[in-house]
Design a protein around this ligand. Structure first.
Ligand SMILES: *[C@@H]1O[C@H](CO)[C@@H](O)[C@H](O)[C@H]1NC(C)=O
Ligand SMILES: CC(=O)N[C@H]1CO[C@H](CO)[C@@H](O)[C@@H]1O
Length: 445
């Protein structure tokens, strides 16, 4: 009877709290911010698990527009804790600047430093990573005549340092500063040797970093232990806010026109230190049509007035860069591929109202190459460039849906459009977006 304590270990335990995840299911700009904002209102913890300040979204609260790039948008919720996980790369001047700017806009961010936790294992983006990002884009432009279209925020170079194992982490900066200084100098010199026209003011940047170290120290926490307590303690609502999107994922995206982190569901586990058994609902955000920024294959692209119409009605311009986004019909082959990787529990279909004026709407349902159907989304970008798309044509509704607040009020053609997507993907649509405001996110169940 001595092993009483041991045997209780063998009774299978149900995992306690689970994280709810929101992910982009196309090439980004699907309107994840809206869905996150909705769910963050009553969340206890809101986490970021990957990416850096290369993505951005706007949240409107009490008619004040806040801009977020690195901070989880849950930071506006005074009752929630925001958490930046180890998978995120952090540019410290960018982080504090983002907070200052938002503080000036309204009351929402007051006391943010008390509500934010940062993993000690997160890697740091230095100013020279940003400079290198710019130089690399220039070189690609010169050598290949095209660039990757990065936002020059240093995200790629910082993840490169991480993988090359000479990157520096938050725990280094708040640890022994002399050790940090040595490693920082080594890393800076390494980049200087690689890029002759890179100017790094090492002493200046070190001074700046030491200042940030003091402000950062109280926010830093052991991220794994933090998440462990959150998952195994009393009941909590935990939200994970994905950045970028499935087709921009370093592994599953349209490589090389991708970002440097994994934006699919696996990134939640590695980027936070969360066991897969604690991943709960995974919501995919799908725009009612498709957009893509920069170069690269885009099978359902519309290079005619219909594309222009989507572009102008949908105000499809990049937030950070101002670049015009390319537009096309909804590509369900692509979304189904994102679903294969992420296993969406449900979908948020955004910007349906942008289709309001179209007499008919096409949806891409199959790819063919040389007349042969492809079983799924191809890895090879040359193949993707050559696919012909088979479409299903659905009737439009030709009336405004902007004021609609329930599924039943939607025109029957719009209802059919939604049901068609559900049937094709075999995933329920849980929300439909028909406008900008919080209320214009119609909840279906
Ligand atoms: C644009 O091209 C698509 C073909 O994919 C077609 O369905 C649509 O009607 C065209 N729009 C106009 C205005 O011609
Ligand atoms: C292989 C790879 O890129 N792994 C990265 C996946 O993304 C997480 C963050 O989401 C990183 O921490 C991993 O290094």
């Amino acid at each position: 009877c001595r092993d009483h304590g041991v045997s209780s270990l063998r009774v299978p335990k149900e995992p306690q709290n689970k994280v709810t995840v929101v992910l982009g299911a196309q090439w980004g700009d699907e309107g994840k911010g809206k869905v996150v904002d909705l769910l963050a209102m009553d969340a206890d913890i809101v986490c970021r698990c990957q990416g850096g300040n290369n993505a951005g979204h706007t949240v409107v609260v009490d008619s004040v527009e806040y801009d977020f790039h690195l901070l989880p948008s849950g930071v506006l919720n005074k009752k929630a804790t925001s958490f930046i996980g180890n998978g995120v790369v952090i540019h410290l001047p960018g982080l504090f600047e983002e907070a200052e700017k938002n503080l000036q806009k309204g009351k929402g961010l007051q006391g943010w430093e008390e509500r934010l936790k940062i993993s000690d294992r997160a890697h740091i983006v230095f100013n020279f990573h940003q400079a290198v990002d710019g130089i690399q884009e220039q070189q690609r432009q010169q050598q290949e005549g095209k660039n990757l279209g990065t936002t020059k925020k240093g995200i790629g170079p910082a993840y490169s340092s991480k993988a090359a194992r000479n990157g520096l982490r938050v725990c280094d900066l708040v640890g022994d500063i002399t050790v940090f200084e040595d490693k920082f100098r080594l890393l800076a010199e390494h980049f200087q040797r690689m890029y002759q026209n890179l100017n790094i003011n090492i002493e200046n940047e070190l001074e700046q970093l030491k200042g940030f170290a003091e402000r950062l120290r109280p926010l830093v926490t052991d991220g794994v232990y933090f998440m462990h307590k959150a998952l195994n303690g009393p009941s909590k609502k935990i939200l994970v806010e994905g950045a970028n999107a499935a087709l921009l994922d370093i592994d599953f995206g349209t490589y090389p026109f991708v970002t440097s982190s994994n934006c699919t569901v696996g990134g939640v586990c590695t980027g936070l230190g969360v066991p897969p058994s604690h991943v709960g609902r995974v919501y995919g955000v799908v725009k009612a049509y498709t957009t893509r920024v920069g170069v690269g294959a885009f099978p359902t692209e519309l290079n005619n007035e219909t594309g222009d119409l989507l572009q102008s009605r949908g105000r499809e311009f990049g937030v950070t860069t101002g670049r015009r986004r390319r537009c096309g019909w909804l590509d369900l082959i692509l979304v189904r591929y994102a679903h294969m990787v992420n296993g969406f529990s449900a979908i948020a279909l955004t910007k349906l109202d942008i289709l309001d004026t179209l007499p008919e709407i096409k949806v891409g349902v199959a790819y063919k190459v040389n007349g042969k159907p492809l079983p799924s989304f191809p890895a090879n970008m040359d193949v993707l460039t050559r696919v012909t798309v088979e479409y299903e044509t659905l009737p439009g509704w030709c009336c405004s849906t902007e004021a609609v607040r329930s599924f039943e009020e939607l025109p029957p053609q719009a209802q059919s459009y939604i049901r068609f997507i559900e049937d094709f993907l075999q995933v329920p649509v849980k929300w439909v977006g028909v406008g900008k405001s919080r209320e214009s996110m119609i909840k279906l169940f």
